[in-house]
Design a protein around this ligand. Structure first.
Ligand code: LMR
Length: 393
């Protein structure tokens, strides 16, 4: 039977990991996959995570199953982290998921069960796996303009114009903060406008929030999402602890649903549990338990927040540093937007040929659409990197 299979197209982000590893140049630079790195180029285990893992090791007495939805103290913690008290708890249900990708996949499956004909509208561009999963599930994908190539900001007029093509029951997928891959984000006022649009057209918003805490802080990064959550009857949220808890490989995420009322919430909750059952039964416990321990201990939570804030400020610093270095190297303000963007990524607006030249001539690895991982930038080598860019443009 397997002779029918074709070689799948590689994922452009994952492919970069092996291309970078195979490059033997000592001064190569990895700005590819979205993983935080400190000033030594390391992706640390966060202090609070280490401590929570110690406590877990000492206190855990059983590894028996917990429940299909996972650890509910974890799910509640993520609900509070993302939504605060914006929506009454009786209208929100959630399930632990293996990473943000697991949450996205499950929510798409839920949409498919509820309304197989719905189109899921994603930004152009978006994280490539959004479209890949939707296509794998045989779902309809719509795209709305998002990135203005000329300004490297958001093309909000284009976004609204394209969403006029959406129909009642369609799903509008937004990035909660730190847009991936562009780094360009809609303002709070624009969130309010998109909320009006979703309400007027009967669209169901879905928010992918994978970088909470990396842009404008833990609270700041949820402002837009909460403006929307306060007004819409239904909303879907995919959250991830990969980045803000540094738990990448432990696969820690959550799907959350805001329902119209408590009765529908009970049904939605049962559907989340049912989807977990047919996909993997019980979600993996370790990382979620670690998050729950941190979020339910005042000192650990405060330490986690402090370390996360340091990571955020360090990325902001690198943004400003790179924008300044590019001013010097190019004698222009063309790249000033890098300091305005937020989160882990910025799309530089280079052509695929320029991206390839940076790789071949300078050993710089970025995604083909010219997305760079800000955290991967060398603090001491910003001028060199800026000169390499200046050389290819
Ligand atoms: C990224 O965009 O680089 C990260 O979200 C990692 C991934 O899985 O693609």
């Amino acid at each position: 039977m397997f002779e029918t299979l074709k070689q799948p197209a590689p994922d452009k982000i994952i492919e970069l990991i092996s291309l970078f590893a195979a490059d033997e140049r000592a001064d190569k630079l990895d700005l590819g996959v979205g993983v935080y790195k400190d000033e030594n180029g390391k992706t640390p285990v966060m202090r609070a995570v280490k401590e929570a893992e110690k406590r877990l090791l000492e206190s855990q007495e059983s590894k028996s199953y917990i429940g299909l939805l996972g650890d509910l103290s974890y799910v509640d913690a993520i609900r509070d982290l993302v939504l605060g008290d914006t929506v009454e708890a009786g209208r929100v249900c959630g399930a632990q998921q293996p990473g943000g990708t697991g949450a996205i996949r499950q929510i798409f499956e839920l949409i498919k069960s509820a309304n197989a004909g719905a189109t899921v509208w994603i930004s152009n561009p978006s994280w490539p796996n959004h479209e890949a999963i939707l296509k794998y599930l045989g779902m309809n994908v719509g795209k709305y303009r998002y990135f203005d190539e000329a300004t490297c900001g958001v093309d909000f007029a284009g976004m609204k114009a394209d969403l006029e093509g959406a129909v009642e029951g369609d799903v509008l997928l937004l990035h909660g903060c730190c847009h991936n891959p562009t780094g360009a984000n809609i303002t709070e006022a624009e969130w309010a406008e998109v909320t009006d649009l979703a309400l007027a057209k009967g669209l169901v918003p879905m928010v992918d929030i994978a970088y909470q805490g990396f842009g404008d802080g833990l609270e700041g990064d949820t402002k837009g999402l909460r403006i929307m959550a306060a007004r819409v009857p239904e909303m879907l949220i995919a959250a991830s602890c990969s980045k803000n808890f540094g738990l990448y490989r432990d696969r820690v995420g959550a799907s959350l649903i805001i329902s119209r009322d408590e009765k529908e919430n009970a049904v939605n909750k049962a559907n989340l549990a049912g989807l977990n059952r047919v996909n993997f039964s019980f979600p993996p416990d370790h990382g979620a338990k670690v998050v729950s321990i941190i979020m339910n201990d005042d000192a650990l939570r405060a330490d986690w927040k402090a370390e996360l804030e340091d990571m955020r400020l360090s990325m902001l610093d690198l943004r400003q540093g790179l924008a300044d270095a590019l001013r010097r190297a190019t004698n222009s303000d063309r790249f000033d937007f890098i300091a305005e963007h937020r989160g882990m990524f910025s799309r530089l607006g280079l052509t695929p040929e320029q991206v390839m030249q940076l790789r071949t001539d300078h050993g710089v690895y970025m995604v083909g659409d010219s997305r760079i991982n800000i955290a991967g930038l060398p603090r001491e080598g910003l001028d060199n990197f800026a000169k390499a860019i200046a050389a290819v443009i």
